[in-house]
Design a protein around this ligand. Sequence first.
Ligand code: AMP
Length: 444
Amino acid sequence: MTFASLGLIEPLLRALETLGYHTPTPVQAQAIPAVLAGRDLMAAAQTGTGKTAGFAVPLLQLLTMEGPKVAANSARALILCPTRELAEQVHASVAEYAQHLPLTTYAVYGGVSINPQMMKLRKGVDILVATPGRLIDLFRQNALKLNQLQTLVLDEADRMLDLGFSEELANIYRMLPKKRQTLLFSATFSDDIRLLAGQMLNDPLSIEVSPRNVAANTVKQWVVPVDKKRKPELFVHLMRKGRWKQVLVFAKTRNGVDALVDKLQGLGVNADGIHGDKPQATRQRALDRFKSSDVQILVATDVAARGLDIEDLPLVVNFDLPIVAEDYIHRIGRTGRAGNTGEAISLVCADEVNMLSAIEMLTRQTLTRKTEPDFEPEHRVPETDASGQVVKKPKKPKKPKASGGGGKRNLGKWVDSGDAAPSEPSIKPVRKVPVFNTGPRKKK
Ligand code: AMP
């Protein structure tokens, strides 16, 4: 199959050719004709599948071929993204695809001054990429009207809900014209996403390009069990041993990011960190320097790293496992993209066993464990598997209390019928739902 056979116009074909896109990815092959035909879409596609071009390319074609010129303070298409970084990245891709078209594109997000954005919107833009909060601010300040809107794209809709944007999405929903095309993309489909889709979409076509909730199979994944306090030391050891070049590392908290960056910088390693406390400009600079290989190790929280597209990233390290199992899929989606192979290593301590179990259940695989010599944990990480069961170490049965008298007595061979036999491990199921924490500031 070729892009030309999907009915795309010449300026788009030329742009795709320049970018080295020769063959449509599966999501593109399904989404492009459906969007061109005006259908609403509900697409289960994780980052790395080519979903951005899947919605942006046909959208650009529709905007070129149909509809009136954009009016002042208006947008003809709106792409909603969960984070500033993703908004920037999606906008960069859209601008590349649109390079030979007479369309205007722009991205707005919080954390930077609103005034230049208001100025820019005066003339109107064909495609506006936005994070939900800033979009609402612009709308309320009359800098943006949505009555000319033809198409709405919800990109990484699951993440928008995880980040607590459900109220904002409900507000935006009320601002939209009733007649419009809506495209919803999500790596995973929770019940909340299905509810949102039910509200926002009209007879959508469902597209699922990889089995639901299964991580990219081009990524080699394994786990290194370790004691929590030895994680930094193990990281440095593995980094030196594996001669890691460009690594994206995920830590659970902002403090965790800062602590690891400090340690690595203290050892003379070229490392930087991104998290929500850092100003947008600093985050963007760290990201740009990482992309250009000026920074070797980028440590990030899930929120900051969401949707980052770094070409040919060979390795992702989970310094901490994510609290929400689905984030594991998003994290490792940074590597093994567009047909390349990648590696994802997770440093796992005993405290994280339930998270590991939830990830294995979600991805339907038992992750291989490779214990590193000299780093064998004192606090053993219990066995887990894809069934969601955590196998606790067999406990020795208690000896019955000797009645009366102190000192040691030889009680001989005994069996307590109420206890499991010593050779049977006690199996304790963990919660069956993969998300075992509501995550950051989830609003209902
Ligand atoms: P996405 O899933 O949209 O974040 O895209 C992941 C990566 O795949 C990006 O680096 C795209 O530039 C690249 N890509 C998307 N579509 C194609 C294609 N048809 N051929 C080659 N690379 C592609």
